[in-house]
Design a protein around this ligand. Structure first.
Ligand code: GDP
Length: 299
């Protein structure tokens, strides 16, 4: 692979929660990397998905931090992380939902105001729109909101028009040799994925009951005799949140542990021994230092 005919660059996927950024990323990269869920805010970290083809490599930067305004440290951190991840990218793909423009979309768009790099809009979930004609006024409204270089209706669910989206991105990707190994799809460690899997299960099981500020930290991650021993701490903000996470007779936590372990075994192709602990860290979401100590750091 020579630099002459090779393109490589960073592409940020931005958009309000639930528009389908993670789904899109997984589809484009062809592997489940970030965890999708019906609930917003499940992906807190910047995740890289890397797509390598014969003549190009696209490094996707997910910016799940572009949320709505909330006066808490967690959101301040998320917003800052999102803003940081937008500098030094070659292309921004703004993901919106077909025919559903919301206040939060405006807020994200506002964050892009001073960006000089090209912005492409992916209008996702068009599989839900039966009469495609009805999409046209929405696309026209979109075009008037900013000088977008392209607007591409897509469906992360069916894969419809994803090739077009990729082609649009490639138009703006610089000539450069690949930055990552061909077989590397994410730079996130197994440790990170392990924490994500536990968090995903918790979010799915707890539904509306999910305590605000819940987070998962992998305390230790060791291989011993061909078995991965993983200890995960589930941090909650209030003592009262603990029984919610543990569930009646420890049932909920047990199920979370079992399902997360099964997924880990599949992801890591190895036997996993998983231990979960629930701990209380009062008011931690308001404490930026505590956030950093838990690994929510920009670096
Ligand atoms: P994110 O918060 O922007 O990362 O959104 P997710 O990727 O987690 O998706 C949010 C929800 O929208 C999930 O329930 C997805 O299954 C759903 N979704 C994502 N893409 C599509 C799509 O193209 N069509 C439909 N119908 N649903 C989608």
């Amino acid at each position: 692979m020579s630099a002459d005919n090779f393109q490589c660059g960073f592409v940020a996927l931005v958009g309000r929660p639930n528009v389908g950024k993670s789904s899109l990323l997984n589809r484009l990269v062809g592997q489940k990397i970030s965890i999708t869920s019906r609930r917003p805010q499940t992906t807190r970290h910047r995740i890289l998905g890397i797509k390598t083809a014969e003549h190009y490599q696209i490094v996707f930067v997910d910016t799940p931090g572009l949320h709505t305004r909330q006066p808490r440290a967690m959101n301040r951190y998320l917003n800052r992380a999102a803003a940081d991840s937008l500098t030094d990218v070659d292309v921004v793909v703004l993901v919106v939902e077909g025919k559903r423009w919301q206040e939060d979309d405006d807020w994200v768009l506002q964050k892009l105001q001073d960006l000089s790099c090209p912005v492409i809009v992916a209008v996702n979930k068009v599989d839900r729109i039966t009469d495609k004609q009805t999409l046209l006024p929405f696309l026209q409204e979109l075009a008037a909101r900013r000088d977008f270089v392209e607007i591409v209706p897509v469906s992360a669910r069916t894969g419809d028009q994803l090739a077009q989206l990729e082609a649009a991105v490639l138009k703006y990707l610089p000539q450069s040799p690949p930055l990552y190994d061909e077989d590397q799809v994410t730079d996130r460690s197994q440790r990170f994925l392990a924490a994500e899997l536990v968090r995903e299960k918790l979010f799915r099981k707890l539904g509306e009951e999910i305590p605000y500020g819940l987070t998962v930290e992998i305390e230790s991650f060791r291989e011993k005799g061909g078995v991965l021993h993983i200890h995960a701490l589930i941090w909650v903000e209030k003592t009262g949140h603990k029984p919610i996470v543990i569930g009646n007779k420890g049932q909920l936590l047990k199920e979370v542990g079992r399902e997360a372990r099964e997924d880990m075994q599949q992801a890591f192709d190895q036997k996993v021994f998983l231990q979960l602990w629930v701990k209380v860290k009062e008011g931690w979401a308001d404490d930026e230092r505590a956030l950093r100590s838990l690994g929510y750091d920009e670096s």
